[in-house]
Design a protein around this ligand. Structure first.
Ligand SMILES: C[C@H](O)[C@H](O)[C@H]1CNC2=NC(N)=NC(=O)C2=N1
Length: 96
């Protein structure tokens, strides 16, 4: 069975615990931008994020240029934001 999208109320409550993230794609995703000292630091962060993502079987959409990383989290199986995105965002926050 497909995982459920968060309701608008659930999304609002989740965002209170994720002050560095913002809602995007008209409520269907969340995003956060990161800036590191250089590419090695950025890629190290991406590597640690990739390991978390693989363990959770939940994978980010992301974009990297040199020391900048932009992450968008959405649940493809739900067609929008789910508790899996919130859980991964919290884990990513703990890396930085
Ligand atoms: C089969 C596998 O469990 C699914 O395709 C997983 C993998 N990673 C995923 N990542 C994200 N972001 N959304 C998903 O729905 C998703 N589904």
């Amino acid at each position: 069975m497909a995982i459920a999208q968060l309701t608008a109320d659930e999304r609002a409550a989740a965002m209170e615990a994720l002050p560095h993230w913002s809602v995007s794609r008209e409520g269907l995703a969340i995003e956060r931008k990161f800036e590191f000292g250089d590419f090695v630091e950025a890629f190290g962060f991406m590597t640690r994020t990739a390991i978390l993502a693989e363990k959770a079987d939940h994978h980010p959409e992301w974009f990297n240029v040199y020391n900048k990383v932009e992450i968008t989290l959405t649940t493809h199986d739900a067609g929008g934001l789910s508790k899996r995105d919130v859980a991964l965002a919290k884990q990513i926050d703990e890396l930085v």
